[in-house]
Design a protein around this ligand. Sequence first.
Ligand code: NDP
Length: 335
Amino acid sequence: STRVLLNARPTGRPTHADFQVETVDLPPLATGQVRVVNEFCSVDPYMRGRMNDVKSYVPPFALGEPLVGAAVGRVVASEADDVAVGDVVLHGDGWRDVAQLDAAAVRVVEEVPGVPTSAFLGILGMTGLTAWVGLTQIARFREGDAVLVSGAAGAVGSAAGQIARLKGASRVVGSAGTPEKVAALVERYGFDAGIDYRAAPIRSQLPDAAPDGIDVYFDNVGGDHLEAALDVMTTGGRVALCGAISAYNATEPQPGPDNMTNVVTRSLTLTGFTLAAYQHHMPEFLAEVGPWVRSGELVFDETVVDAVGDVGRTVDAFLGLLDGENTGKMVVRTA
Ligand code: NDP
């Protein structure tokens, strides 16, 4: 098995020197274990936080130890009764080409014809559920709401905007970091308007894109984006604080909203969430969103980094994710 270790704790934006690739021989399978050839490994923004030595809602990665993360693969050997060779499984031993773990730590998933197994890392998995939970459970979206999504061309954002549209939003506005992504927001994902936050400050562009204000803000970026949103929130608006990626590589304190008094005067609700507490919504999410994916009403994009025979490319995928090289879910093909 070839896998990626955390070599050093990154300062600011990680570099290749923070990672190391090693190849190990796997021991024979013990009773109750399975061996999985990973087809796809996930890289996700939260992994940046786990590379720091700070207490958070997930413990930090250990120095000199293999990185872990979501992966989907096929079972090639099994010493477990309930998992068979050929099963497609989701598990947490990513950042490697072959995983060996207890059958209790894998979940068998049912393949969907015509949908790649990578979708279980994205639209039919963690990021899709995050979008749905943030919108429906945290922001308590109602038909007719005007919705703003930041990080809108990413995995969570592209799903959140489309779910809002399909559930009857009056207007869906998104922001992203390149003209190509902004074009995709409108043309491919069906947003009503897109903002390129690198072209001019988001705060100066948002009022034109949301002339009647925003009822629900789905925040993936924080900082200047949250500040801009607070300007245009309608009375009684709701903000789901999903992530703040603008700060993840920061070494200095980041500018924060200077207009928090709007939270008071407009009776806003800002609610943060981490998906771990909302996993039980998966069946409800799949019942609503699964048919939209099958019918093509909700599209999902993936940016696939090819790491077959070169697991170290997982690092390129992770750095590319932080740099915005992905549209939709960033996934790594390992087989
Ligand atoms: P994405 O697919 O959105 O990839 C990250 C994107 O962030 C990049 O493509 C880039 O797009 C954007 N980005 C990077 N730096 C900045 C910046 N300084 N300002 C604005 N945008 C930036 O990742 P995910 O969909 O997986 O995650 C999106 C957010 O959701 C993250 O904040 C993540 O932490 C959060 N999250 C939270 C969960 C929870 O349980 N609360 C669960 C899952 C995700 P661009 O080109 O537009 O800059």
